[in-house]
Design a protein around this ligand. Sequence first.
Ligand SMILES: [Fe+2]
Length: 337
Amino acid sequence: MSLFDVKGPLKDAAFGATVSLKSGRGAQALDAAMAAEPLSLPKILSDNGGLLLVQGLNEINDDPALLVRLSRVFGPEVEDYRHTLTNLSSVHTQVPEILLVSNMVPVSKMPPPRPEPPIAADGKLPVQYPHRVGWHTDQSYRRPPPDISLFYAATPVASDQGQTLFANGTLAYEALPSALRAKVEKLDGLHAQPGTGRSRRAAVAGETPRAFKPHERSQRQPVVRTHPVTGKRSLYICEGGQMDWFDGPFVGMEKGPHGDGARLLDELMSHMTQRRFVYAHEWQQGDMLIWDNRCLVHAATWYESGEQRMMWRTTVHGNPGAAYAGEAKSWIPVAAE
Ligand SMILES: [Fe+2]
């Protein structure tokens, strides 16, 4: 008998679920239930398209290590951000497994740009690329890439702003026209770390990218990934700043921001982010989302720069699937560098 209630799909979406405790509420009670039933939430996650919402976990604000404990249920390794190509100003000072996503000092990450126009033709929040940009799956610029992210709203912004959008790569893959599916089946994308000068904007501007050390290099990833738990196939691509627009975006296709590779990327991303494949989350304090990076992409939305936003993320690693079997971590410098 499960300790959890599951209600899905998420609002106005075709996937995802809200999870609550049958008895009790809050982060401590959730921690106890997850310790008593460690297999339940990972199964509920994979049974519901890779996205879960848990609400009312405000106790985590005063006990950030609790977020790490909850994360450990989802895989063998919760990342320590001191060793993941991350600027230390974005790492929680007491709990280095927590990445700070914030516009506050010292992180000072500016809000994403507002789409133009700010409302889509159907009167709703714009979601489809390229009207909406910033779609990515976490840390795809590393091999093996991570599995699961947990994202906790310590201080979210006002409602109707600062949403997180999710697009389901499994549903998008299954709906691909057969000619397009055949084209991407064996294709690899080349993923770059944002901020390293390989972005589409830098390529369009004709900038010369800096040389990478071996552990910083852009990484190949299959455009179609097979999920190691469900066996389902999903599109696995990013856009903008998280593909390499100098040597990619795809391996073996015309390179750069104006070539055949760019046209294919635009077509795939536009397909994947149709509203029928998307969930938009409006944050409340104490919300936690758990998502599977192996089958979903996500994007942050604009908020007023006067707002103060502080979100905490952990990342779970260790089950990327057979395509990555036996690989060393690409982001760890080797002694000879
Ligand atoms: Fe992200």
